[in-house]
Design a protein around this ligand. Structure first.
Ligand SMILES: [Fe+2]
Length: 162
């Protein structure tokens, strides 16, 4: 069975987020090209219900586990958590901007929101993978064990060692 680390899992989740960002860029282009408000809102709704972008809003599992296992990475986690708050704000801005697509200014606001979200999130995903790789590569657990760690509020490293 191939070795599967939390880093693999993070990269897998990130690959879905990157796919969603491609959809965001396509939506931004369609907004600028005059797509109907209903079509744009349906596209945004699909992104929200599919998960990966929303998933970023409440990552309350991995960061606490890393803080506990690797106190030296606290400044990195601080930055990543601030990134997640900004992403959450940018998602709120996308939703707010999508509520008014009646004129050019409204459409411009949504294009800008999508663009800022895509730029920030792309940078964040790259940084997160690089910065957390040393910690996550050292852990050898499966995703099922990770969910167990969530329920029992134990650091991933302890689960890995059992
Ligand atoms: Fe993240």
């Amino acid at each position: 069975m191939p070795r599967h680390t939390p880093l693999d899992e993070l990269k897998w989740v990130h690959s879905m987020v990157r796919r969603d960002l491609d959809v965001c860029r396509e939506l931004a282009a369609s907004v600028a090209d005059g797509a109907s408000a209903d079509d744009v809102r349906a596209g945004i709704e699909s992104l929200q219900t599919n998960g990966p972008l929303v998933h970023l809003r409440d990552d309350a599992v991995m960061f606490p586990a890393i803080r506990q296992a690797r106190p030296d990475l606290a400044p990195t986690i601080d930055r990543l958590e601030a990134d997640h708050r900004l992403v959450s704000d940018l998602l709120d801005e996308v939703e707010a901007a999508a509520g008014d697509l009646d004129d050019t200014a409204g459409r411009r606001r949504l294009v800008d929101a999508f663009t800022e979200l895509a730029e920030h999130l792309t940078e964040h995903l790259d940084f997160e993978e690089t910065a957390l790789a040393p910690a996550l590569e050292a852990w050898t657990i499966w995703s099922g064990a990770r969910r167990g760690a969530v329920e029992q509020q134990r650091p991933l490293a302890l689960v890995a060692g059992e």
